[in-house]
Design a protein. Structure first.
Length: 404
């Protein structure tokens, strides 16, 4: 068997099912777009931005999120959205990633001259251009290597204020007398209605709805109507949950929002965050929830680097619950979260997992295969099966093993 090392990991076919478009720009592109659009940055050099904004370590989640104000600012026109999407796909392919599901919140980009339809079309145009360029390579065309594929995920926001965007300011003003939690839910429903319409009318591979944003105080249950609409229109769902709040947040994600996957899920085993009278009740609740997630193969999108950067207790990755997820044989997949903000790649995430959790070659293949199998692949079930088989055959070829 070929020894697992970084060179091999980079070559192996991989996925990234949890990667934010607005958190994964090339730094040089951010600077160039900011200059051309006359947007103020704290620095106009890569070194300066790494020192002041996009750091290796952050003091808190709040500091981690500051960079998004700058990245979103340069993503307010079709040309920038297309370019950033194209570059993201190319950067992924350069490190062996063959399938991605970029996610972003289109309501942060809507403006007087930029509709939600134009936004999705621009992002898709960039991804499709990259896909055609990649898949024209001889090794892919002749079937020696699996092609590059993608799906697009739209993020609804658990909460927002007028300052979030042009769209949200107007949305709040139009619903002047509605309670805040109802406004959040209505905006999510409006988003998923648009996503279904654009998917069906334009054939754009919009494959899933995500719920993102601050968990504590902004429950998933406020967005039930959006999740039900997605469910009835055969749209998959992934939910940021258990990242900054405990098992009850995950419970709502899987029971109220029918989540097919969980973003992060880092506190899934933390019974101390359950509001029940006794320790026994809290542990029973937590164990039952983890068992439900496991039995239903609700895949957890694990983002080791970003978790370590935003949560002090996980800076020692040996304390990350990924260890327990492995022990319980849960369905997990390696994700970057934000390639720029976290200064990471899928290859780096895999290498960290191997280093801190002593993952065997067989286990590594299982986890990487989960990424492909639990993706929201935009084709038919049979097409997906064929694609996964092609990927795994290529994986075996690179690793020097024979599939069982």
């Amino acid at each position: 068997m070929t020894q697992i090392n970084e060179t091999l990991i980079k070559k192996l076919p991989k996925t990234d099912l949890h990667v934010h478009l607005d958190g994964s720009l090339r730094l040089a592109t951010l600077i160039e777009l900011a200059k051309s659009q006359k947007i103020t940055l704290p620095s106009y050099t890569e070194e300066g931005l790494k020192e002041r904004v996009f750091k290796g370590d952050y003091e808190s989640l709040g500091e981690y999120l500051k960079g998004f104000a700058f990245t979103c600012a340069v993503m307010q026109n079709e040309e920038s959205l297309e370019r950033i999407a194209y570059e993201l796909a190319m950067d992924n392919f350069e490190e062996g990633v063959r399938y991605i599901e970029p996610r972003f919140a289109p309501q942060l980009h809507i403006g007087p001259n930029l509709s939600i339809e134009k936004i999705f079309r621009a992002v898709n145009k960039g991804l499709e251009r990259a896909k055609k360029e990649i898949n024209s390579k001889k090794e892919i065309k002749n079937g020696e290597e699996p092609p590059f594929e993608y799906g697009i995920i739209g993020c609804a926001m658990r909460k927002f204020t007028k300052g979030f965007s042009y769209y949200f300011r107007n949305f709040i003003e139009v619903h002047e007398y509605a309670p805040a939690n109802e406004i959040y839910g209505m905006a999510s429903l409006e988003l998923v209605r648009a996503m279904v319409n654009i998917r069906d009318a334009d054939g754009i591979p919009i494959v899933g709805l995500d719920l993102a944003g601050e968990e504590a105080g902004y429950p998933a249950e406020d967005h039930v109507a959006a999740a039900h609409f997605a469910q009835k229109n055969f749209m998959n769902k992934t939910v940021h949950s258990g990242e900054a709040y405990g098992p009850p947040s995950i419970f709502q994600a899987v029971t109220d929002l029918y989540a097919d996957r969980l973003g992060h899920g880092t506190y899934i085993f933390d019974s101390s965050m359950v509001d029940l009278p006794t320790k026994q009740e809290r542990e029973h609740y937590t164990n039952a929830l983890a068992q439900f997630v496991n039995e239903h193969r609700i895949t957890i999108e694990v983002c080791l680097t970003s978790n370590a950067q935003t949560t002090p207790k996980f800076r020692d990755l040996t304390k990350h619950p990924f260890k327990q997820m492995l022990e319980k044989k849960m369905s997990t997949t390696f994700c970057t979260d934000n390639r720029l903000v976290s200064d990471t790649t899928v290859t780096k995430e895999v290498m960290k997992a191997i280093k801190f959790f002593n993952i065997s070659p067989n286990k590594l293949k299982d986890i990487i295969s989960y990424g492909f199998k639990r993706s929201f692949y935009p084709g038919s079930y049979l097409e997906k099966r064929k694609y996964v088989r092609q990927v795994l055959d290529y994986y075996d070829k690179l690793e020097g093993t024979t599939s069982k």
